[in-house]
Design a protein around this ligand. Sequence first.
Ligand code: NDP
Length: 297
Amino acid sequence: MTAAVIDGKAFAATLRARVGELATAFEAKAGRKAGLAVVLVGEDPASQVYVRSKGKSTVEAGMNSFEHKLPADTSEADLLATVEQLNADPAVDGILVQLPLPRHIDEQKVIAAINPDKDVDGFHVTNAGRLAVGQPGFVPCTPLGCSMLLKDKLGDLSGLDAVVIGRSNIVGKPMAQLLIAESCTVTVAHSRTKNLADVVRRADIVVAAVGRPEMVKGDWIKPGATVIDVGINRVPGAEEGKTRLVGDVDYASAATVASAITPVPGGVGPMTIAVLLRNALVAAYRNEGLDLAADAV
Ligand code: NDP
């Protein structure tokens, strides 16, 4: 069997186009553009690339992008004051503080300071709680993107056995919650899990969010399963001095057993920014008290 490739890049492009249409409709109704504020502290090169790309995508989707670049030695109090100012600004619908923050700043304290109704990353405990009890809130972008890809590929997920490898607050745990909400039977595996290969072999759906290059092998996968690879790992490339990106799944062997699989790159990665834009748009509609159908985007 050769697995179908789940094209996250194409899905993300369609999602972004839809967000763009709804952002135009929002502007007509609200008399202003939806706005997403991104706060970057320091000069971490990877974070700078992410922030630039988020800003560009926000503008392309017809929303305002407010970038706040603060020096690396910004105090925690000053960062909290910036968050407060954005909380109070009616032009700002969504707030994203780029992580990781410099070590002298307590990340949890900063996330806790964001108004949950502007927390488009879905990291605030209020949003984690809303997800756990099934109330509307904001769900972290990467797992929500994975869930969209799964539903697009498989339709109804109810009754399927799902194994999520990884239990981080930003990927593994919210992914498990989303799959429970879709009526899957969910197992969450992590570094202490015994006989991981056997656990994974039970699954109709495997979501790998581990951060270990090509750890999940083809002979761990149940024939016909659907595999979502969240991992982004940079490893040495074929040419000296060059690197390449691989996932947490050994794609070559898994693709001979699975029925469908996300590639790396071009699978889950492009979904993350598309879902961020989607969350910002939803925040704008909610903040203005405007109706947006649950399945609109
Ligand atoms: P974390 O490091 O926060 O969590 C990794 C999880 O994997 C932990 O729960 C850990 O278990 C578990 N784990 C580690 N080693 C093993 C092992 N040998 N066997 C089983 N489980 C193991 O990572 P994140 O959740 O933030 O990210 C996971 C991956 O996803 C990374 O590759 C990251 O780059 C990628 N990522 C991709 C995104 C995208 O946009 N596509 C966005 C976010 C992340 P324990 O809890 O016991 O330590």
